[in-house]
Each structure stands twice: as structure tokens, then as C-alpha cells.
Design a binder for this molecule. Structure first.
Ligand code: PAF
Length: 288
């Protein structure tokens, strides 16, 4: 496995990958878990070579967020990448990505606005900018994103469409603990009780709302009840909302009954911010 700690060597290597070899790309911030492994496995199945990037991108963290304590487990990450037969790992330095005087960013202004866009101002601009920069270096045919960050997936898909990039954006289903808790690098901050008993209730409620939507019974009152139930369990709920796909618009009461939706949650438990969502696809639509 090739490990590139600087961008110059990576670019040299990438330039030698023959035309016609399909490149799958998994961008990450490290602290890899089975959710990332699923992205890498999918890429290996579908592409001739797989490139992984690990970069904790400072511009997507707000001033009060957890950048400094974001887990960094590089040796374990490289061991996992080796086991999964990743072909190349790109570990850019902050100075590679944002050299002195850097002053360019990419902002998508519709899909980025609601949900996490309200609670994490500037977050999706940071994500869109780093993802575009990585795409320009890696030149993938297909890039893989976890659907746990559904809004991120739809923002990236929109940027790629708007800028007419020839890259397929593939959303990979969320990997969960048996309890239903979505895997996340941040779960390690939760107490055992929160991990095993409280946090799994997010998925329980999301699933109940999804069932209601599929039975064409979803309404604002059911969403409010689920939000209250999670608040009573100790979550500081930031949002629990249904939004239309793929632009994440506000659904009308009719949309709640018949339109493809994401039902998305964000909340803080024991000081740790957790997000999760379920997709409601009425017409056997596949997301990618
Ligand atoms: O999902 C993540 O880990 C990050 O937001 C990403 C896509 C690697 C950009 O920094």
C-alpha cells in the first residue's frame, strides 16, 4: 500500500495510474470504523483501485466544536486500510491544503442551508471546499460517502452537478451496532450507559417515523412527539425534521405522505453531538 504524507509525491504517483483504470475514492477524517470499512469495501468491489484520504479538515469545525479533541488513530487507520487492500492513502498536511495566503472556498447555498447548516454555520462550505480540492488531486471516477451524513451526501452531489464534474457520488448505507446506534467516530466519547441504552433510541424513533411515512401517516405532531421523547431521555435535540429529497426543502403536509424524504436528527448527549437519519423512498428509488 502506498502511503503519501505529502501532496507532491501523491500527484506524481497519480499521474502514473494508466488511463482506463477506474479509481474509487473514500475521503475521511480518520478514526476509521466499520462504516468507513463498508465504503472502502464498496469501492474495491466497483473500482480497479481505491484511494483513501485522511485529513481532519479544520475549516469544517466551528470555533466551539471538537477539532482539537477529534480522535486521531493514524496507525490503526493504516492497518485497517492495509487489511482492506487499499491501494493508496493520502495524508495531506494542513499546509498542503491551505497554503499561506489561501483565500478560496466553495459554497453551495440551498441544500447546505437547513438542518446542520443552521447549527454549524460554515460547516458545509468547509466540506465542499475540501472535497473539491481532494477531487482535483485524486481525480476519482467514483467517490463514496456514508449516508449517516445524509446532508453532506446531498450537498456534495449538488456541488458535483452544479460544477459538472465527471464523478459519480455514491451513498453507502449507514452501518449500525446491533442496538441500532449508527457507527460514528464520536461514539467513543459516550458513557457505556449512553452508548448501549440511550443513544440507540434515536434509531428507534426514526424508524417509527419512517414506518408512519411509509403508511402515509406522517405528520408534524408525530415528529414533535418523537422530539419530546428524545428530549426526555436526556438529549439536547437540535432538530428532528423531515425534509424532501434531494434539495432538503420543507415538506408540505401532502409531501409528508407521498414524497421521498429524509427524516434527520441531531442532538447532544453527554456533551457529544450525534446525528442520524432514515430515508423514506416511496417509489423503490435508489439513492445512487
Ligand atoms: O465525512 C467526513 O469525514 C468529512 O466531512 C469529509 C467528507 C472527509 C470532508 O472532510
Amino acid at each position: 500500500m502506498n502511503v503519501f504524507r505529502g501532496i507532491a509525491e501523491f500527484k506524481e504517483w497519480r499521474a502514473k495510474v494508466p488511463q482506463g483504470v477506474s479509481v474509487g475514492f473514500v475521503p475521511t477524517m480518520g478514526a476509521l470504523h466499520n462504516g468507513h470499512a463498508a465504503l472502502l469495501a464498496r469501492s474495491s468491489q466497483e473500482s480497479d483501485i481505491t484511494i483513501l484520504s485522511i485529513f481532519v479538515n479544520p475549516t469544517q469545525f466551528g470555533a466551539t466544536e471538537d477539532l482539537s479533541r477529534y480522535p486521531r488513530t493514524i496507525e490503526d487507520d493504516l492497518a485497517l486500510a492495509r487489511r482492506l487492500r487499499v491501494d493508496a492513502v493520502l495524508l495531506p498536511e494542513v499546509s498542503d491544503v491551505y497554503p499561506d495566503g489561501y483565500s478560496t472556498s466553495v459554497s453551495e447555498n440551498v441544500v447546505s442551508e437547513p438542518l446542520c447548516g443552521i447549527f454549524r454555520p460554515g460547516h458545509f462550505e468547509g466540506v465542499a471546499t475540501i472535497v473539491l480540492k481532494l477531487f482535483l488531486w485524486v481525480k476519482p471516477n467514483t467517490a463514496y460517502f456514508g449516508l449517516k451524513d445524509a446532508q453532506q451526501f446531498f450537498v456534495v452531489q449538488k456541488v458535483v452537478r452544479d460544477l459538472d464534474l465527471d464523478i459519480k457520488i455514491c451513498g453507502v448505507e449507514t452501518i449500525r451496532e446491533v442496538s441500532g446506534l449508527a457507527l460514528s467516530s464520536r461514539n467513543r466519547y459516550l458513557s457505556k450507559n449512553a452508548q448501549e441504552l440511550i443513544a440507540p433510541k434515536i434509531f428507534l424513533h426514526l424508524n417509527q417515523l419512517k414506518d408512519a411515512a411509509l403508511e402515509r401517516q406522517l405528520n408534524e405532531a408525530l415528529l414533535a412527539d418523537a422530539k419530546n421523547a428524545l428530549t426526555k431521555l436526556g438529549f439536547l435535540v437540535q432538530y428532528l425534521e423531515a425534509r424532501t429529497l434531494p434539495a432538503l426543502g420543507v415538506p408540505s403536509p401532502d409531501d409528508l405522505l407521498s414524497t421521498d424524504l429524509v427524516i434527520a436528527f441531531a442532538g447532544i448527549l453527554e456533551g457529544t453531538r450525534l446525528i442520524d437519519n432514515v430515508l423514506v423512498l416511496h417509489r423503490f428509488r435508489k439513492i445512487s
